[in-house]
Write a protein that binds this ligand. Structure first.
Ligand code: ZN
Ligand code: ZN
Length: 146
């Protein structure tokens, strides 16, 4: 089964394709993701390296490495947030901003992470599990919504 889920940056000069997604897609509320995306949280999907490729504009990619060693890559022309990499993560996985896909994708977010450092104005209420920090951290008890 050969699917090509295509995505691009805001100006369209950087393009990429994913053939198959890895299982986890998380909404990350950490302050770095919030600032990088200018949003309440970042939705990050994952793919194995062999299932991901840049198809145009790779030379326009720019990276920013934060104090904790995580690197976020973006388009140097339009500023679109594209990928995330942590030195502690599986190097065979590439983490991609789900919002940059142009095609419908078969994955949906399955958890909120780093909720304890999230914006108070954007507490999730969608019933997905909420972790204080990473997926191995404490789950936040959620009030049941009537
Ligand atoms: Zn761009
Ligand atoms: Zn984050």
């Amino acid at each position: 089964m050969a699917n090509h889920y295509k995505g691009s940056c805001l100006c369209g000069q950087i393009r990429f394709e994913v053939d198959e997604f890895a299982p986890q897609t998380g909404n990350c509320h950490c302050s770095m993701c919030r600032k990088f995306h200018g949003a309440a949280y970042a939705t990050i999907a994952e793919a194995r390296r062999q299932h991901f490729r840049w198809t145009a504009g790779e030379h326009l990619l720019k990276g920013y490495t934060a104090a904790n060693g995580t690197t976020r890559r973006f388009c140097s022309n339009c500023g679109a947030s594209l990928t995330f990499a942590s030195p502690n993560a599986d190097p065979d996985l590439i983490e991609i901003a789900l919002g940059c896909f142009d095609d419908e994708v078969p994955v949906r977010p399955d958890a909120h992470i780093y909720v304890a450092s999230g914006a108070k104005w954007a507490r999730p209420r969608d019933g997905l599990p909420q972790f204080e920090a990473g997926r191995d951290s404490k789950l936040i008890e959620q009030e049941s919504t009537p």
